[in-house]
Each structure stands twice: as C-alpha cells, then as structure tokens.
Design a protein. Structure first.
Length: 424
C-alpha cells in the first residue's frame, strides 16, 4: 500500500467498494464483507467501519477507529491523514492533531495549509493563523479561510491590507482566463460589513454587480442578502430595477416574511409569477406552502409547469411535495400521470416521478420496489458510466444479493477488466 496506489483507487474504485455500496452493505448488516475488504486495503470500507466505531463512543471506539485508519495514514496519503487529524481534533486531542498535520502544511499543499490553519484557530493561535495564511492570500481559497478564522478578533483592517486589492481578478472581465487572479470584492465587502461599514460594503458590491455588460451573480446575491440582513429595505427595493434583480427579489421576499409581512411578500412574488417568471412562481409556492396555503401554491405551480418551457421537473417535484404536505397523495399521482401523458414524457422519468411521491410519503421500501430493477441501470451501463455500475450493485445489495453486487463491481470496475474493454 502506498499513497500513489491509494490515490488511483480512490479516483477509480479499482478493487474498492464505492461508498454508496459500502453504506448499503452496512445498512443491511454485512459488516463482515466490509471488514474483509478493509483488511485487504479498501479505504472506503475501513473509513465506514471507523465511523461506526466512533459512533459507538468511548476510548475503545477511538482506538478501533485509529487502528483501522492508521495503515492508510502511515503512507502519507492526504485523505487518510486529514481524516485522522479531524478525528483527533474532534476528540480534543489537538496537540496530536497538530503534530500530525504540521509537516503536511509545510509542503504548501493548499488543503493541508487550510486544515492546519483551522486547527491553529481551534487552539486559539490567531497570530499563527495570520502568519501562516497572510503570505498566501494570492490564493483565493486560503484568503477566504483567513477572513473566516479571524472574525471577531479585531484585526479586519490588518486582514484587508493582506488581501489583493479590489480590481484584481474577475472584476476585470475575462482577466481570470489569462491570469491566476481571483475576485477580491466579496471578501473586502465582508470585512467592511464586519467593521459596521454596511453602506460602504453595499456600495462596493454594487459597483461590481455589472462590469462591461457582464453580471456577477455572486456580487448581486451578496449585496441583496447584506441589505436584507441590515434592514435596508429601501435600498433593497431599488435593486429590483437593476442587474441581478432576481437576487434582490428573493432577499426582499424573505425579509418581508421574516417581519410578518407575508401578504406583501406574496403580492410581490405573484406579480413576477404572473409575468411568466418560473423562478418567482417557485419561490411564491414555497412561501405559500410554508404558511399552510397549499391550494394557492398548487395552483401557482400547475400554471408554472405548463408555461415554464423546457424541463419542468424541478417544478413538478415541488408540486408533488406540496400535494403530499396537503394530504393529497392521490392527486399528486393523478397529476403526474396526466402531465407525462400530455407531454409524451419518457416512461422512466414518469416512473421516477411516481417513486418520488412514495418517498415523500415516507414509503421508501415501496418506492424502491416500484422501480424496475433492471431498466434504469441497464440504460446507464449502455453508456459505460461508473454511476450506472454502482447503482446496480447497490440495488443488488438492497435486494439481498451482496455477493452478486460485489461481483458486479469487480467485473465492471477493476482495472484489468477496464483495460480489456478499452482494448476491444
């Protein structure tokens, strides 16, 4: 066992049992299979058994979990090292976790640096966090961690000075395609907000909602939630007439609902819904359902499903949920049958929609039994997808044929078999 081989198997499942199948095996009492595979070097099985040992509690569980994971971590394979480090930290064995992770953080590996910084913060070593991450803020993900971990420590001006200035990265259209620069605006806005400079934060985000005709959705959404969070209703309403208005609409609806002004939120969303906006209709239906107005929500969604155009599954799924919440399961089934008949829907999609209704009603076993045991997986296998192989193996386990499921995996996913198919 070495880190390179482990990394290969982690990516390809070559010789390992995929996590979904591992979960099914444990759920159905086949831990013996998991232990045998773990002893042969299957990380997913070892990891699952370690989780079970930890859940059982006590020092014995900790000892068993570490014994299962140690062979993998001792190779230096980062996913295993990270897992052991997190367990030690969860058990408040912070010094052991730091000793384990420190050498990896010294390699400048992004994930290792991020993990070690979080551990330092848990130990209260904020100076060390700044010293570790401050020189690395050219990396956007590490800069974000620095901002996160220093919150509440009164160092926002210092952190802002360590970040690349506003105007570097995605705020200049198309520059990211040619450089490693990243969008600095969201973090600078967060720092301003943390210092109570809400208007400055909102103005900064507003300047960069639209740049040379390109709308930055993240900036628009952050601005809208910022304004709502601080009760700036007038400014939020003004955003409804600007680029990124959909995010202002959503934030305003939640703002009004949170203050008991439900009818105002309903009226606003209904206006957009009546204009043919399916996303507004979806939000309106969710709002109505939250307040027990299921009949109105159903009517909104029925209309949206017919006028949305394209794939309306996302609307139909919510419609079925609202039907079930209202105790009208039969109407949900009738609607789905009628919709797929009128729109000449694919039989498998129709079957999955009916299954979704059973699941919403809490009848999981009946939902699984209602699926064709072969057709959906076979269709996936025709395209050679790994997901199709895993789905079929999981289904076999749940049907009481674990050995057949494992054989199916080995026949389709092991490296030698895969090479043979590629040669053909």
């Amino acid at each position: 066992m070495d880190a390179v081989d482990l990394d290969h198997r982690h990516r390809t499942f070559d010789g390992w049992i995929p996590p979904a199948v591992v979960a099914a095996l444990h759920e159905h009492g086949h831990d013996g299979i998991l232990r045998e595979a773990a002893a042969r070097g299957d990380w997913f099985c070892a990891h699952r058994l370690a989780e079970v040992a930890v859940a059982d509690g006590g020092s014995d569980g900790q000892t068993e979990a570490l014994a299962l994971l140690e062979p993998f971590a001792s190779t230096g394979w980062w996913p295993a090292v990270r897992t052991v480090g997190r367990l030690l930290a969860d058990w408040e064995r912070l010094d052991e976790a730091a000793e384990l992770l420190r050498p990896y953080a010294g390699t400048s590996d992004r994930e290792a640096v991020r993990e070690f910084a979080r551990l330092l913060a848990r130990q209260g070593h904020i100076d060390h966090v700044v010293a570790l991450l401050g020189p690395r803020t050219a990396d956007g993900s590490l800069a974000e961690v620095l901002v996160d971990l220093t919150e509440g420590h009164g160092r926002d001006d210092e952190i802002a000075a360590l970040l690349p200035p506003v105007g570097v990265g995605a705020t200049v259209p198309f520059e990211p395609w040619a450089t490693d620069a990243w969008d600095t605006v969201p973090l600078h806005a967060r720092l301003l907000e943390r210092q109570g400079r809400v208007d400055e934060a909102a103005a900064l985000l507003g300047r960069f909602v639209s740049v040379d005709g390109i709308v930055f959705a993240g900036h628009a959404q952050q601005r809208a939630t910022l304004l709502a969070r601080h009760g700036r209703e007038a400014q939020l309403r003004a955003c409804l007439a600007e680029d990124g208005a959909e995010y202002a609409r959503t934030a305003l609806a939640h703002f009004l609902e949170g203050r008991g002004r439900v009818e105002e939120a309903v009226a606003m969303l209904r206006q957009y819904s009546n204009e043919g906006n399916p996303h507004a209709a979806f939000e309106l239906a969710e709002l109505l359902a939250r307040h027990g107005r299921h009949d109105e929500a159903i009517e909104v969604l029925r209309r949206a499903a017919e006028t949305a155009g394209g794939d309306a599954d996302w609307i139909i799924h919510l419609l079925c949920r609202v039907f079930v919440e209202a105790g009208r399961e039969g109407e949900a089934r009738a609607y789905v049958d009628d919709y797929f008949a009128r729109h000449d829907g694919h039989p498998d999609e129709h079957a999955w929609a009916r299954t979704h209704i059973r699941e919403l009603c809490g009848r999981t076993e009946e939902a699984e039994a209602g699926l064709s045991p072969q057709a959906p997986a076979e269709e996936l296998l025709l395209f050679g997808t790994t997901g199709g192989v895993i789905a079929q193996a999981e289904r076999l386990v749940r049907q009481g044929e674990p050995e057949k499921g494992i054989a199916h995996l080995r026949d389709r996913l092991d490296g030698t078999r895969r090479l043979r198919v590629e040669d053909l």
